[in-house]
Design a protein around this ligand. Structure first.
Ligand code: DOR
Length: 429
C-alpha cells in the first residue's frame, strides 16, 4: 500500500526539517521526503494548510481497564488518543486490580495489540499500590512496563523510594512520582489559597507537593536512579526540578495543560470537573510553570487523562473524585495557550509532546525521515473549534473545557501502517 501525502508542511527539529514537502509512505514506512514527488500510488492526500510532525505521545493517562470499564476502556482510550493526536500512551497503574504484576501488564498489552496507538503500561511501585511492600518490579519490567509509579498516591515512605530507585536502575526504568505528602492533604479538595478560605473548601497545599519532590530528589542524589516528577503544579516544585537539573541529577518533569490553562479561580464555579489532584493553583504558579516550560526545566506536557463517571462527578465538590479527561483537548490547549501566544515555538512543543516523552520512557521514536516508521501527527494550527464534550471518543465527559473556543486542531495520526483522519481531507486519488 503506497500513500502520498502532498503539500505537507513538515516540521521535525530532530532532522532540521521545516518546510513544505511531499511524503511517500509504503507499507507504513516513509520512503521519500522530497519537494515534489510524482508517483503512482494507492492513495494521494492533499495536506495543504496542514502541518505534519513526529507523532505525539501522552505519558500520563488513566485507561481504567481493568476495573472501571464504565469510565474508559483500553479501546475507547485508544480512540480518544487518535482523535487527540497521540500514537503512544503510558497508562497508570491505579486500575482494579492494580498493574502490579506481569499478568495485568500482559493483559493490557494484549488488549491494545495491533492498534494504531502503542500502549505502554506503567507498573505499580508497591503491591496493590498500598505503599507497604515493593511490587514485582523485575517481572513487570520483563513483561514490558516502561516505568514505575504509585500514581494517585506518592510512594509512601523513604525506604520504599530508595528500594524503588535501586531496583528500577537495574532495568534503567524511571520512577514517576505523584508528589503529595498525604499528611498535609487530609480531606483537601482544592488549592490552599484565599479562594479555599472564601469557598470554605478544605485545602490541599502546594507544600504537600514540594516536600515529596524534595524527598525524592534527596534520595535520588544518595542512591542514583531515574526520577520523573508527574503533573507539577506548584512554583516551588519547578524550582526543585530546576535545582536538581543544575546538579546534573537524572530527573525530568511534566506539566498538564489544565495546570497551565486554569487557576483555582475556576473552582469558584463549584464545577467538580475543576477538582483535580494536584489541584489547580494560582496565577503565580501558572507563571512559574510557563517559565519552566520556556527555560527547559519542564521536559514534557502530558494530559493526566482521568475519566470519571457522570454519577460520581455529580456528587458534591468535597465528595466527587479528583480528575478530568484531557486526551482530546491537550494538543489544542497547548497550541492555544502556548503556541499562539508565542510562549513556545512549534519545535519546542514537538520536543515536549513527542521527542522528550519518547526518550524518557524509551518509546518508539517518531521522526520524518526515509526508512523510518510513518509515526506522524497532522495538525491544522489555525483552525478554530469549540470543545464539545458530547462529541468526544472517550467514554467519559468530565472536562471543564466544554464550550471553550480553541485554536489549533488535530487532523489525524498515522502509525503501525494505519491512518486515522478526524477531518475531511481532499483525497486526490
Ligand atoms: O486528578 C487525578 N486523578 N489525579 C491523580 O493523581 C489520579 C487521577 C485519577 O486516577 O482519577
Amino acid at each position: 500500500m503506497k500513500v502520498l501525502l502532498k503539500n505537507a508542511y513538515a516540521v521535525d527539529p530532530q532532522v532540521e526539517l521545516n518546510s513544505q514537502y511531499d511524503i511517500l509512505i509504503e507499507d507504513g514506512i516513509i520512503k521519500r521526503v522530497e519537494k515534489q514527488i510524482s508517483e503512482k500510488v494507492d492513495e494521494m492526500i492533499d495536506l495543504k494548510g496542514c502541518v505534519i510532525v513526529p507523532a505525539f505521545a501522552d505519558v500520563h493517562v488513566h485507561l481504567r481497564e481493568p476495573g472501571r470499564e464504565d469510565e474508559e476502556t483500553i479501546a475507547t482510550g485508544i480512540n480518544a488518543a487518535m482523535a487527540g493526536g497521540f500514537t503512544a500512551l503510558c497508562c497508570m497503574p491505579n486500575t482494579e486490580p492494580a498493574i502490579d504484576c506481569a499478568e495485568v501488564v500482559t493483559f493490557i498489552k494484549d488488549r491494545s495489540a495491533n492498534s494504531l496507538v502503542d500502549v505502554f503500561p506503567i507498573g505499580a511501585v508497591t503491591k496493590r499500590r498500598e505503599g507497604k511492600e515493593l511490587a514485582l518490579l523485575g517481572e513487570m519490567a520483563e513483561a514490558g512496563v516502561v516505568g514505575f509509579s504509585d500514581d494517585g498516591n506518592a510512594i509512601s515512605n523513604s525506604q520504599l523510594v530508595r528500594y524503588a530507585f535501586e531496583y528500577s536502575s537495574m532495568f534503567d526504568l524511571p520512577i514517576i512520582e505523584h508528589c503529595e505528602d498525604p499528611s498535609l492533604t487530609v480531606n483537601g479538595v482544592m488549592n490552599e489559597s484565599i479562594n479555599s478560605t472564601i469557598l470554605g473548601l478544605p485545602p490541599h497545599p502546594s507544600l504537600a507537593e514540594v516536600l515529596i519532590a524534595l524527598r525524592d530528589v534527596a534520595i535520588l542524589k544518595y542512591c542514583g536512579g531515574k526520577l520523573h516528577l508527574a503533573h507539577i503544579s506548584a512554583k516551588e516544585t519547578v524550582e526543585v526540578l530546576r535545582n536538581a537539573k543544575k546538579e546534573k541529577l537524572n530527573v525530568t518533569g511534566e506539566v498538564t495543560p489544565h495546570h497551565f490553562s486554569l487557576t483555582d479561580d475556576a473552582v469558584k464555579s463549584y464545577d467538580t470537573n475543576t477538582k483535580v489532584n494536584p489541584p489547580l493553583r494560582t496565577q503565580s504558579d501558572v507563571d512559574a510553570l510557563i517559565e519552566g516550560l520556556k527555560d527547559g526545566t519542564i521536559d514534557v506536557i502530558s494530559s493526566d487523562h482521568a475519566p470519571h463517571s457522570i454519577e460520581e462527578k455529580e456528587w458534591e465538590f468535597i465528595y466527587a473524585p479528583f480528575g478530568m479527561i484531557g486526551l482530546e483537548t491537550s494538543v489544542a490547549l497547548t497550541l492555544t495557550k502556548l503556541y499562539h501566544t508565542k510562549i513556545l515555538s512549534l519545535e519546542e512543543i514537538i520536543y515536549k509532546m513527542s521527542i522528550n516523552p519518547r526518550k524518557i520512557f524509551n518509546l518508539p521514536k517518531a521522526t520524518i525521515q526515509p526508512d523510518k516508521t510513518a509515526n506522524l501527527t497532522i495538525l491544522n494550527l489555525d483552525m478554530e473549534w469549540i470543545v464539545d464534550k458530547f462529541s468526544f471518543k472517550s467514554k467519559s465527559i468530565n472536562t471543564p473545557f466544554h464550550g471553550w473556543k480553541l485554536k489549533g486542531k488535530v487532523i489525524g495520526v498515522l502509525n503501525n501502517q494505519k491512518m486515522c483522519l478526524n477531518e475531511q481531507l481532499k483525497i486526490i486519488k
